[in-house]
Design a binder for this molecule. Sequence first.
Ligand code: SAM
Length: 401
Amino acid sequence: MHKGASLPLPPADALSASAALCAHIGQAIDEAGGWLGFDRYMALALYAPGLGYYSGGAAKFGRDARDGSDFITAPELSPFFARTLARQFAPLLAQGLGQVLEFGAGTGRLAADLLLALEQEGQLPERYAIVELSGELRARQQATLAARAPHLAPRVSWLDTLPGHFEGIVVGNEVLDAMPVRLFARSHGRWLERGVIRQEADAGAGETAPAFAFADRPLAAGALPEALHAVAGDHDIVTETHAEAEGFMRAVGSMLARGAAFLIDYGFPAAEYYHPQRVGGTLMCHYRHHAHPDPFLYPGLQDITAHVNFSGIAHAAADAGLTVAGFASQARFLMNAGITELLMALDPNDTRSFLPAANAVQKLLSEAEMGELFKVIALTRGLDAALPLAGFARGDRSHAL
Ligand SMILES: C[S@@+](CC[C@H](N)C(=O)[O-])C[C@H]1O[C@@H](n2cnc3c(N)ncnc32)[C@H](O)[C@@H]1O
């Protein structure tokens, strides 16, 4: 039985949208001669206009599978995430950086809560710009801002392309992990690229039979990406490379004339990412709050992600002339930036509001949840070196990148 059979079945309209996306991806495979690089598959599955997971109608963000959602992110989990970021951003805005630019703003919660918190800090940015690939999410962001921060919503605008020159703060939470990756497999000491082919329907498998399968093909001489030269040993391994995320970082770096970029995501430095014991890679899919490794389950109805290689991001940023100002676990960063003080400002005797807030903050900080796997990297240009970033005051791991 296909493993999708043990997960909740999508409603009929979602299944037909997935079938339309499969037809579109199938055509792309045919046009490419029968084999498509995994990065192209992932790009179509997530972003094909109107049909991809992020560009289509899936619920995506939410607390549990009952609302049809697939995962929860830090800004959705607790407003203390945004409020703590605001404490880090306020002194930067005070250095004359009047704008914030957010990539991939999800439901708009981070934008709304950051603006509200910066207002409280007395450091409202003149302008809050959002770059969002998905029209569906852009509409949700507008609705969230109108509901949660209507008086601040006029400061928010949506950009279709990156500005050539930007002075301000850039922020992106869980954006890098949503960028397409290439897959590579080393088998018997030989590297192959792992791509996607059509799979003939198996009459017995019913509606949950996947339309696609993995297929490995040899690499041309000299075509092995540089990051994989560092994979020690000759044991069998499957792993990813992140050209798209690194290209994105270079583009952000050349845009950022003065300011700081904060990227928050799950991942590791290269030495840990390509550690000989991590033999299965980090590709992961999220469907109705189940994490599983099958990217061919319900294309367009589930998220597909890979962890971030933060060394690659740091090197791409350095190529563009940025400085790595800090790299720390999410727990360290949030604690350094004052999340505990913010929580302690609540009345602990008011258990109805204090306990849920404390539980959510605990999830952001706990090693077993988001505290250690998630990292924060900050990349800067032209900032006052005498004012180091508070979020990295203790536990900075930039040396590991
Ligand atoms: C996992 S969601 C995170 C959403 C939100 N930041 C949050 O934390 O809830 C990933 C988001 O990244 C966006 N995204 C991916 N690549 C992007 C790019 N190159 N530019 C802007 N947004 C991008 C997706 O459209 C989606 O909104």
